[in-house]
Design a protein around this ligand. Structure first.
Ligand SMILES: *Cc1c(COP(=O)(O)O)cnc(C)c1O
Length: 380
């Protein structure tokens, strides 16, 4: 039995007629960038995320970049973030000339630990504290970071908060949606995300009108009106085609999320029935609406790569998010980090494995995944 990590073909069949109709409309209109489809999606995402404002941008990466730019974060400034995330989180901080300051993760949820944020700030000298501008937590795998203490720390040091919600549209923390808690929320419509376009796309959300106005300008080279540049922005515009396709998919998002949550519950039941809970750790949910953009298990480091190969040979797709924590990436050598600086991130990088969890996954496929993991552990 084949169980790919992700199979978007089934999803496409469901929305195909709507997609073909809307794309034909756009081809006929020959209006490809921004415009009514983008504006309509912005309103829908702002409503879905409870933020009031949303600005369509060219990718999740650009959502992060434009957020940092809108807050005026630049050369020499410091931004606290997690070392265990997709590269774009810290890459965007560095691209505006600021310095990513890492704080280690909580080993249960893999999201940035508020206690570690506090200790990172504590050991900063005065000059460093003065340049500290923001905290950038990541709602990893579809589960929100522990936002209340993060927002408290931010308030006491007058820091901005940018939520990297690229994996977490629809996730909730104590009843609040991903993107509505910080100053800005960043979303990605990369095709493999839980709400994916047919190419690159993203969205930045905010509850503040002044930030919204900056975002609108920055996405179009800082111009307002056309050819009068108040700010140095970039081309961060969203395509009409991508917006229209995302808007079609948004109607299904809650149903797809329920399927993902059901699959997570099914895995938990199957792993328990297979008596595997002494071998593998399941994802931990904390006062959250976890939307399971990824379903990530944890196994001893000695087993992880062998298990991955074993499952590959059984035609089961898996992924390692992320094999190298960001503080150990070559491009950040100038930050002078070394192995053991962030032990929880490093342990997660060696021990975690993502299993298939996409909405269309069948029960028999999940049973097969768990059976093969059981088979793997028979020989260990
Ligand atoms: C996918 C992702 C991004 C970047 O989004 P793109 O649309 O691929 O640019 C940023 N942060 C995290 C945590 C992501 O998973």
């Amino acid at each position: 039995m084949k169980v790919p990590l992700l199979d978007l073909k089934g999803q496409y069949q469901k929305i195909k007629s709507d997609v073909l109709r809307i794309t034909e409309d756009i081809y006929e209109s020959q209006h490809f960038i921004l415009g009514p489809h983008v504006e309509s999606l912005e309103k829908q995402i702002a409503a879905y995320c409870h933020t009031g404002f949303a600005v369509g941008v060219s990718s999740g990466t650009d959502a992060l970049l434009i957020s940092l730019m809108a807050l005026g974060i630049g050369p020499g400034d410091r931004v606290i973030t997690t070392p265990y995330t997709f590269f774009a989180t810290a890459g965007s901080i560095a691209r505006v000339g600021a310095i990513p300051v890492f704080a280690d993760i909580d080993p249960d949820t893999y999201t940035i630990s508020p206690a570690n944020i506090a200790s990172v700030i504590n050991i900063m000298n005065r000059a460093e504290k003065e340049r500290l501008k923001a905290i950038l937590p990541v709602h990893l795998y579809g589960q929100c970071a522990d936002m209340d203490p993060i927002l408290e720390i931010a308030a006491s040091f007058r820091l901005h908060v940018i939520e990297d919600a690229a994996q977490a549209i629809g996730a909730e923390y104590k009843g609040r949606r991903a993107g509505e808690m910080g100053d800005l929320g960043c979303f990605s419509f990369f095709p493999s995300k839980n709400l994916g376009a047919f190419g690159d796309g993203g969205m930045t959300t905010t509850r503040e009108e002044s930030l919204y106005r900056s975002l609108i300008m920055l996405r179009n080279h800082g111009a307002h009106p056309k050819y009068y540049h108040n700010l140095i922005g970039g081309n961060f515009r969203l395509d009409a085609l991508q917006a229209a396709i995302v808007a079609i998919k948004l109607q299904y998002l809650d149903a797809w999320t329920r399927s993902r949550q059901d699959h997570a519950a099914t895995y938990a039941r199957l792993f328990s029935q297979a008596s595997l809970l002494n071998r593998i750790h399941l994802p931990v949910e904390r006062e959250n609406r976890h939307i399971y953009n990824q379903y990530v298990i944890r196994v001893p480091a000695d087993d992880r790569d062998a298990l991955r190969v074993f499952l590959q040979d059984s035609e089961i797709g898996t992924e390692v998010y992320y094999p190298v924590p960001l503080h150990l990436q070559k491009c950040f050598a100038s930050l002078h980090h070394k192995p053991s600086d962030f032990p929880e991130a490093e342990a997660a990088a060696m021990q975690t494995l993502a299993l298939p969890v996409y909405p269309e996954l069948e029960l028999e496929q999940q049973e097969y995944v768990v059976k093969r993991i059981k088979d793997f552990y028979r020989h260990r």
